[in-house]
Design a protein around this ligand. Structure first.
Ligand code: DC
Length: 670
């Protein structure tokens, strides 16, 4: 693969694939539940596929091949003997070793050439402290697990590794007593966050006498958690490639959406900022116990050298190869220390990156636990092509590709396919974004895949105005689901049926036919052939709509009609439960909110326009009361979906909200 320097800036919005680490863990924890789990935005790389493959070998049903899978555990997992091929994935091998030890599975875990060189004793040893019998092959794969009953223990880990920690945690769930686990240093904490979010028996306890935090795992007490539904936030490690690229290509302005903002993963942001990178972080929501949001990166004037060591080096360990590329383009001498574990990754990343730096003719000094790099800014470089090897390592392949894209000379990368382990689509995405600097051609527009957009939120947040404008901008169908509930309310009223009687209202909901027709000046609501646009907006119908919409059979009856009206993409649906119930698979979800005071003010304006008198305090009180009722009701309560972007119209005006939404939808239409 020859990567040529970019001739134009990268501008636009990128939706990142699901995080690799969180995806592995979500799959494994789903396998330990009693019932099926639903995982969306799963990492699409080969490593996550390896975990799915191994789980299938253990008898777990994993349905769906893409980013959305359903995981259904069998009554009992296979006890083996079984061979689990983890391909290139160290996380799969280490975590599954712990899981098999816990479940008492007789298993042999194997991997590819690169994985077979990676250290496995680090996981065998602490598992042995729980009584597990794990044999490695000279400290490497193949790794064999022989079933043994496990006891609880106090385990002090010697290796700073989230994979080792997680392996012990998985095994400890099946030990006879509780296990206390101490890490030498804090590592990424996805396992702890996910387990806490899913209700698995794990607690993180405060510091003990040596100032360490204990992770306490209690064994399952006969009851396993039921299944769960999670949406996996995007991969910060993939974000790091964009951050360095956009910082160094003049004129660039990229927003990475859906990125996990877990502080144990975003160490690279601090490092790059210290070097002069312009990175803005905005939190947008929380899912699987993880905060997530946007990273906006604008080209930096220039980058300056920095030093990375100690805890910071551990927190950014996977991003250090791409940080080395940033250092190679920075002014001055940078240093990385305390990063000896880089040598134990998919390749010896210190050596592999030294080879890349050598090919780029950048002065550097290799050390046992790091590297020193004397950077040369791009405009002072000689444009000579560099030739490098990916060394079967995705992060080396992608780091080298970024260097080639920055230029000034092309980069030839042997074995670039390794990038597929985490982010095979990277170069394709870069192409799309550099194209976005021009107005999109008809052909580019025609290639877009229309998606389903869900907009939920309380009354008065501005949903109708925003949805209408967004649908116009996108050329999408607008489905006002409130109008469907209102139509049912109108028919209930006319039929003289008691609106509180769910069984009496349900047949009306089952037979109602609502359509939307485009008319001059807007959309008309047709109910059973009659234009009810105005009739459904009376105060009486509004009140009745909020009553009939609380009935479970009514909501169930209206699901089909809402889904039919939306079709298979190219629709904006606004309502209360679109992202959570009607279209949990919607590709873009928004939760539009506004402060109750602001919504009360808007309601006052509406009333004033109709010459109706009202008192602010009373209106505000009603709004607060309804919010509490809507979010507490047990049928489809009003709440943001885990993957919904939270937008607050108190702070943003309508055009700002609409363009924010449009940017995100466009990023997902590709
Ligand atoms: O958005 P609206 O005011 O037109 O909604 C009318 C009523 O229907 C409101 O009381 C909430 C209810 N509704 C609902 O429960 N779920 C939806 N998806 C849409 C509306």
């Amino acid at each position: 693969m020859i990567v040529a320097p970019l001739s134009r800036p990268i501008v636009g919005v990128i939706a990142l694939p699901g995080d690799k680490s969180i995806s592995h863990r979500a799959l494994l924890f789903a396998a330990l539940c009693e019932g099926p789990s639903d995982i969306r935005h799963l990492g699409s790389g080969a490593d996550n596929k390896a975990t799915q493959h191994c789980l299938r070998k253990l008898g777990v049903h994993v349905d769906g091949e893409g980013a959305h899978v359903t995981v259904t555990p069998p009554k009992e997992l296979r006890k083996g003997p079984v061979e689990l091929d983890c391909a290139n994935s160290g996380t799969s091998m280490r975590l599954l070793t712990g899981l098999c030890a816990g479940l008492g599975v007789q298993a042999t875990l194997i991997g590819d050439e690169s994985l077979s060189k990676r250290p496995m004793r680090r996981v065998a040893k602490p598992l042995a402290e729980l009584g597990a019998e794990i044999a490695t092959t000279d400290g490497h794969a193949p790794v064999t697990v022989t079933p043994k009953p496990l006891k609880g223990a106090t385990v002090r880990l010697e290796t700073t590794s989230a994979q080792v920690k997680s392996a012990v945690v998985l095994a400890a769930l099946f030990a006879e007593e509780a296990t206390r686990l101490y890490e030498p240093e804090l590592t990424r904490d996805h396992t702890e966050r996910l387990m806490a979010a899913l209700g698995f028996p794990l607690a993180v306890e405060g510091e003990d006498q040596d100032g360490k935090t204990a992770i306490v795992v209690r064994p399952f007490s006969g009851v396993r958690p039921k299944g769960f539904a999670v949406w996996v936030p995007g991969d910060p490690s993939s974000a790091a490639f964009w951050a360095v690229l956009a910082s160094l290509v003049p004129g660039s302005d990229v927003t990475l959406i859906d990125v996990s903002l877990n502080p144990t993963r975003t160490g690279f942001v601090n490092v790059l900022r210290r070097m002069g990178a312009q990175i803005e972080v905005t939190e947008r929501g929380a899912s699987a116990g993880e905060p997530w949001g946007d990273l906006r990166i604008r080209a930096a004037e220039k980058l300056e050298a920095t030093t990375v060591g100690g805890h910071e080096a551990h927190m950014a360990i996977d991003e250090l190869p791409i940080v080395m590329i940033a250092m190679a383009f920075a002014e001055g001498r940078s240093e990385i220390t305390d990063a000896g574990d880089l040598r134990n990754k998919e390749s010896d990343r210190i050596q592999a990156m030294a080879a890349v730096l050598k090919a780029l003719k950048i002065d550097h000094e290799v050390r046992p636990d790091g590297i020193a790099i004397t950077g040369v800014p791009r405009d002072k470089r000689a444009p000579a092509q560099a030739n490098v090897e990916a060394e079967l390592d995705h992060r080396i392949a992608l780091s080298a590709a970024v260097a080639g894209l920055i230029g000034p000379a092309p980069m030839s990368i042997a074995g670039f396919e390794a990038a597929g382990v985490s982010y095979g689509a990277f170069l394709q995405e870069v192409k799309t974004l550099t194209g976005e600097a021009r107005p999109p051609s008809d052909a580019a527009l025609a290639r877009r895949k229309p998606i389903t957009v869900a907009i939920d939120g309380p009354a008065g947040a501005g949903k109708s105005t925003v949805s209408k404008r967004l649908a116009e901008r996108l050329g999408y169908t607008l489905v006002d689901t409130g109008a469907i509930y209102r139509s049912v309310a109108l028919l209930t009223l006319r039929a003289g049926v008691d609106p509180n009687n769910a069984e009496a209202v349900a047949p009306i909901a089952r037979s109602v036919d609502v359509r939307f027709e485009q008319k001059q000046g807007g959309q008309s609501v047709m109910c059973n052939g009659e234009d009810v646009t105005d009739a459904i907006r009376t105060p009486e119908v509004s009140r009745l709509a909020s009553v009939v919409s609380t009935h479970r059979p009514v909501r169930a009856a209206l699901l089909d009609i809402q889904r039919k009206l939306a079709g298979v993409g190219g629709a904006v649906l606004e309502g209360r439960d679109i992202g959570t119930v009607v279209f949990p698979e919607a590709e873009a979800k928004f939760f539009l909110d506004a402060a109750p005071e602001e919504r009360a003010r808007r309601r006052m304006d509406e009333l004033a326009a109709k010459n109706q008198a009202a008192d602010f305090e009373t209106v505000l009180h009603e709004i607060r009361e309804r919010d509490a009722r809507d979010s507490a009701r047990d049928v489809a309560p009003l709440k943001p979906a885990a993957d919904a972007v939270l937008l607050d119209s108190t702070k943003l005006d309508v055009p700002a909200v609409v363009s924010e939404m449009e940017r995100r939808v466009r990023a997902k239409e590709k």
